[in-house]
Ligand binder design. Sequence first.
Ligand SMILES: Cc1ncc(COP(=O)(O)OP(=O)(O)O)c(N)n1
Ligand SMILES: Cc1ncsc1CCOP(=O)(O)O
Ligand SMILES: [Mg+2]
Length: 225
Amino acid sequence: MSSANGLDVRLYVVTDPALTPADRLAEMCVAAVRGGATLVQLRDKKAPDGELAAMAAGLARALAPWRVPLVVNDRLDVAAATGSGVHLGVHDATPAQARARLGHEAIVGLSVEAPEQLDPERIDPASLAACSYLAASPVCETPTKIDTLAPLGLAGVTAIRRRSTVPLVGIGGINTPQRAAEVIAAGAAGVAVVSGVFAAPDPQEAARALRAAVDDALARRRDQP
Ligand SMILES: Cc1ncc(COP(=O)(O)OP(=O)(O)O)c(N)n1
Ligand SMILES: Cc1ncsc1CCOP(=O)(O)O
Ligand SMILES: [Mg+2]
C-alpha cells in the first residue's frame, strides 16, 4: 500500500556496517525484503564514496527483482552515480539541492528532529516541497545513533505529522512490533528500523513481525471515525 505520492514507507530498513557487513549486505537486505521491508537505506558513515558506490550498485541489483527502492544516506554524489534516492539531515545537502541533482522521480528523504524545524520561517519551502518523505528522528533513544537531539516521543511524531504533507516515518528505538504499532497510531505512515531487523537472530522473521504490526496499526487507524 503506497502513500499518496506513490512511496511505500511501511517498513524501511536501514543498514549499519556493524550489523550488515559488506559481504552479507545484499543477503541480509533481501531477507528483510522477503519479510516485508518496503524500502532500504544504505547507511555507512565511514566508507569512502567509491566503496559506498560499489555497495550501492550491488545492493540495487539484488533489490531490483523485488522492486524495492534503495536510498543512500548522506551522499548525494553516490546516489546520483547509482540511480538511488538519498536521505538527508541537517548537516547534509538540502532536499532542494538533491531534487535538482537527482530529478523529479528520485526519492529524497529528510530527518526532522523537532516539530519547529517545519515552521515556515525555519525551512525553505522549496526544500520541503522537494521531500518524498520525512523522518521523525529519533522517536526513542537508541544506542545505534547517539549524536541526536532529545527523543521526540510519540507526541513529537504526532506534532510533526500535523505539519507535514508527505509520508512520515518514525526512526530510533523501534525494535518491537508493539513499539512499531504505537508509532503508526501516533500518525506515522511507516517505521524505519536498524537493529530491530539487522541485530535479530532471524532478520526475515523480525521484518515480518514488524510489518504485520505496521499493517495492523494502519488498518486500525483507517477504521477510526
Ligand atoms: C530514515 C532515516 N531517518 C533519519 C536518519 C538520520 O539522518 P541524519 O540526521 O542525517 O543522521 P545520519 O544518519 O546521517 O547520522 C536516517 N539516516 N534515516
Ligand atoms: C539512523 C538513525 N537516525 C535516527 S535514529 C537512527 C538509528 C536507529 O537505529 P535503531 O533502529 O537500531 O534504533
Ligand atoms: Mg545525515
